[in-house]
Design a protein around this ligand. Structure first.
Ligand SMILES: [Zn+2]
Length: 242
């Protein structure tokens, strides 16, 4: 029996910052909401772009609570740049990060998240994710909606939320996904009480959201006729032609 078509929201946390875990993911745990957490596997328990990342203990705890842990390469390179110089190195970042994560977590890793804000990747790099993963996601910093049913799970696009996006603006995107019955992947990086400096420029980090706004946004999503699923869950759904 096909289920009634509804809009879908995926909550994704790229880079798995410890602050984001303490504030945002713990808030989701209280509400029993699942997310997709993308971690560069060689930085687990270390610092990445001057911010501490979650350790293995937190990742295992997240997994136990039903969150998805997705691969975000080993060392977070820009894969489009890397693949033009060294294709085998790019492939190894894609393949080895899965092996490493599965080894650490004793759990299957089904989803791949490309690092950096880059809506486009070469076809050949995208195709390299196919042998290892069930789906792959790119990221852009303007709203982007994926069609349901998902035709190509290796070409999904997430919307990276930035501090310049007001709560009002973000709610509008949720409204649109609900109304058009499409799939909105909301990508968060740093969610907490205090922002940090950008690693790349002497300015505050652009991909920050205050925890108060985040909580309001989640409460808003819950008030809508929309379902919250992890990337893996969405890919699985359309695997069976639903
Ligand atoms: Zn990243």
């Amino acid at each position: 029996m096909p289920r009634r078509k509804k809009g879908i929201v995926t909550l994704a946390f790229d880079d798995a910052y410890l602050d984001t875990y303490k504030h945002a993911i713990r808030y989701l745990n209280k509400l029993n909401i699942k997310s997709t957490i993308a971690v560069p596997s060689l930085f687990i328990g270390k610092r990445f772009e001057n911010r501490p990342l979650v350790g293995l203990k937190e990742l295992k705890d997240n997994l136990k609570r039903g969150h998805e842990i997705a691969s975000h390469t080993l060392t977070h390179p820009n894969l489009s740049r890397l693949s033009s110089k060294d294709k085998s190195e790019a492939i190894s970042e894609i393949a080895e990060s899965k092996k490493e994560l599965e080894h650490l977590l004793h759990n299957k890793v089904n989803s791949f998240i490309f690092p950096y804000i880059n809506k486009n990747q070469s076809k050949s790099v995208k195709s390299k994710t196919r042998p290892y993963y069930k789906s792959a996601r790119l990221t852009t910093n303007s709203p982007c909606f994926n069609k349901i049913p998902v035709k190509n799970p290796y070409s999904t696009i997430g919307f990276a939320i930035m501090k310049k996006h007001s709560l009002f603006y973000l709610k509008k995107q949720v409204d649109y996904a609900e109304k058009k019955k499409c799939w909105l992947i909301m990508v968060f990086h740093l969610v907490g009480k205090k922002n940090t400096l950008s690693y790349h420029r002497p300015k505050p980090y652009r991909f920050f959201m205050h925890i108060d706004g985040f909580k309001k946004l989640i409460d808003y999503i819950l008030s809508k006729d929309i379902i919250i699923l992890t990337q893996k869950e969405v890919a699985r759904r359309f695997d069976h032609g639903i």
